[in-house]
Design a protein around this ligand. Structure first.
Ligand SMILES: Cc1cc2nc3c(=O)[nH]c(=O)nc-3n(C[C@H](O)[C@H](O)[C@H](O)COP(=O)(O)OP(=O)(O)OC[C@H]3O[C@@H](n4cnc5c(N)ncnc54)[C@H](O)[C@@H]3O)c2cc1C
Length: 605
């Protein structure tokens, strides 16, 4: 695949350097060794890797699914070398400290570089994506022995990791997790437990890509009487390796973790998805006994809080993946529309067919795709920059504010691209006409791959409950106030720039309305009613966030006359004319505290 059809390098450079001004990060000691040269070198490396190692097996990984013969999982041969090349380039530990073998690269550059890999082959990219989130969780919550034995090999790209939350009966509702862990004594890696239970949907749950697989498992620890604490408060986090690790770091015996089966997915097929049995005791009995050996990570009964570290990172990663899939589909559509002759423009007398990009309706679809993809990329990079700014600030209250804003934006950064870049994927098929509906073109696979994103890592509905039920109300609405202050600052700035006042006014009006509606929703005195339409709130809030991102991009493009900058202004114009007004109807519905869904009865369907 041509690298020009993955992610626009010109756009990445605009977003990083002309808008987000990531160069300013080098003022912080942590990033002092960096500058545009190193940032560009990382982008170059990932662009090359994506084009040469990840993209070539994108369609093969879809056609030739992972296989399970009852014992072993096998993947196509190309995934291993691609991930080895990724590791050899030192990319897994890129953002880590020098002492850990990292480059102290800002997260915003890492995410920009990752967008190439996700656009080229989302499934192959998902193996390290999960492993790095796993390793970072351990760096944060693990003890020194756990970090050395289990996080560092993942940061070197030698081992891989999973997150094991879901069970057949417990997907959205983790309060219903039943996997158990029983204390066995102390070990060099901390408290040792025997884990038993079934985990469903585990991505990367088994394969032979690396030396070991580190499973992070949510389980319920029983007390001395065998009793467990119910609900999410009773969940603890256990580190369960596929192979046990000896005191000297060498691999020991096989742990009692078995693949019970693999799931056959609609898309995203290159990453194996497994049902894992822990503690089955049929094939493996570590230390002569049934039960998977696991080590407690973080505090007893503090598992969900620890896991949130991984989930939040994974959520932003999923938003970026959804964006990349929508982005590359947009570039494929653009290329196709420029090269596909069909029909003549209305009123044209020419005998020659014109490329379909000449039809206004095709340009409508392309503009929608562009506004979704570049807007979503902007939100993901903005969030990544918040991570970096929070990391380097020496002002504690500023750090708290940055983290709070990131928490507020996380459900949007996950959900908005999952919804709207998927809509962009749908338009990509439409622009390709009948050809888009065949497997000869990539756009149908990009759509199928992206269809997962509104489902995993907290469904759309669960993200909506998180935003309206938790993030909006936390610290008495402080995050929403901070968000509003930032949007208002952009509006004030835009008012000073020719041509942006009407966008600024439109955003101002929707922001005020959002604040009023939020107050109305939370003064209803009935949280069930308030939360009944949470998905609509998430969608309205998301469009306001992306309008804000577009206003910032339009301001950054202000006064610059190249085609590229004109394109930015036109995409902003599209978003404000066609997309932001949709929010009015959504906010009207929310303000009315509509009961249609609540009052509907099962028997009436
Ligand atoms: C391909 C794939 C990969 C995955 N990878 C992993 C992984 O690596 N690790 C892992 O632990 N899990 C993984 N998952 C699991 C994923 O996170 C769950 O599928 C997801 O959380 C939804 O759970 P569920 O499938 O049981 O659906 P359910 O929870 O049964 O949800 C079904 C529907 O009901 C809605 N719903 C449920 N509860 C509520 C509620 N309280 N309020 C409003 N609506 C509600 C949901 O929004 C959804 O629309 C993966 C899933 C898939 C499909």
């Amino acid at each position: 695949m041509s690298n020009e059809l993955l992610i626009s390098r010109r756009d990445l450079e605009f977003q990083l350097y002309e808008w987000l001004n990531v160069g300013a990060l080098t003022r912080a000691e942590r990033y002092a060794d960096h500058g545009r040269e190193t940032y560009d070198a990382v982008l170059d490396a990932c662009e090359r890797l994506a084009t040469e190692k990840f993209a070539p097996h994108y369609q093969k990984a879809d056609r030739v699914e992972p296989q399970f013969d009852g014992e072993r999982v096998t993947l196509i041969d190309e995934i291993g070398p691609a991930l080895k090349a990724f590791a050899d380039a030192g990319l897994p530990a890129a953002t880590q400290d020098y002492e850990r073998g990292g480059m102290q690269l800002p997260t915003v550059i890492e995410k920009a570089a990752w967008s190439y890999l996700c656009a080229a082959n989302i499934s192959t990219a998902a193996y390290p994506l999960l492993s790095l989130a796993n390793a970072r969780l351990l760096l944060h919550h693990g003890n020194a022995a756990q970090i050395a034995a289990f996080a560092e090999p993942q940061l070197r790209g030698e081992w891989f990791g999973t997150m094991c939350l879901s069970e057949p009966q417990a997907g959205s509702s983790l309060a219903d997790v039943t996997t158990r862990a029983e204390y066995e004594g102390e070990s060099p890696f901390g408290g040792q437990y025997r884990v038993s239970g079934n985990k469903m949907w585990i991505s990367g749950g088994d394969h032979e890509l690396g030396g070991n697989i580190v499973h992070l498992v949510l389980a319920r620890v029983a007390d001395a009487d065998g009793q467990v604490i119910p609900g999410v408060k009773g969940l603890s986090l256990l580190l369960v390796p596929k192979y046990l690790v000896n005191g000297d770091g060498s691999l020991g015996e096989r742990n009692d973790v078995r693949v019970a089966g693999i799931n056959h997915k609609m898309g995203y097929r290159g990453i194996v998805n497994t049902l894992l049995n822990f503690g089955e005791g049929t094939a493996y009995q570590p230390a002569g006994k049934a039960g998977a050996i696991g080590y407690l990570v973080g505090p007893l009964h503090g598992g969900l809080a620890c896991m949130f570290h991984m989930m939040n990172e994974a959520r932003i990663g999923i938003g970026l993946g959804a964006t990349a899939l929508g982005y590359t589909a947009y570039l494929h559509s653009l290329d196709y529309a420029r090269n596909r002759p069909q029909g003549r423009s209305f009123g044209s007398r020419s005998s020659k067919q014109q490329p379909i990009i000449e039809h206004a309706d095709v340009r409508r679809m392309l503009l929608a795709q562009k506004s979704y993809a570049e807007g979503a990329l902007g939100l993901n990079l903005y969030c990544a920059l918040l991570v970096d700014q929070a990391r380097v600030t020496t002002d504690e209250s500023e750090r708290a504010q940055l983290e709070q804003l990131l928490e507020l934006l996380t459900p949007v950064a996950k959900s908005w691209p999952s919804q709207w870049c998927l809509a962009g994927n749908d338009l990509a098929i439409q622009i390709h006409g009948g050809y888009g509906y065949t497997r000869e073109y990539k756009v149908e696979q990009l759509y199928r791959d992206n269809r997962l994103n509104p489902i995993h890592e907290g469904t759309h509905g669960i993200q909506a409950l998180d935003l309206l039920g938790r993030k909006i109300t936390m610290n008495e609405g402080a995050a929403l106030m901070q968000f509003s202050a930032r949007v208002s600052a952009t509006i004030d700035h835009a008012h000073e720039l020719d041509g942006l006042a009407s966008h600024a006014d439109a955003l101002h009006a929707q922001l005020k309305r959002l604040q009023q509606v939020t107050r109305t929703l939370w003064s209803a005195g009935d949280p069930v009613l308030t939360l009944a339409n949470a998905s609509v709130y998430l969608e309205a809030f998301g469009h306001i966030v992306i309008a804000w991102i577009w206003l910032q991009q339009a301001a950054a493009a202000h006064g610059k006359d190249s085609d590229f900058h004109q394109g930015k202004r036109q995409a902003a114009q599209y978003f404000f004319a066609w997309e932001l007004p949709k929010v009015t109807a959504q906010l009207d519905l929310l303000a009315a505290l509509d009961r249609s869904t609540l009052d509907m009865r099962d028997s009436w369907f």
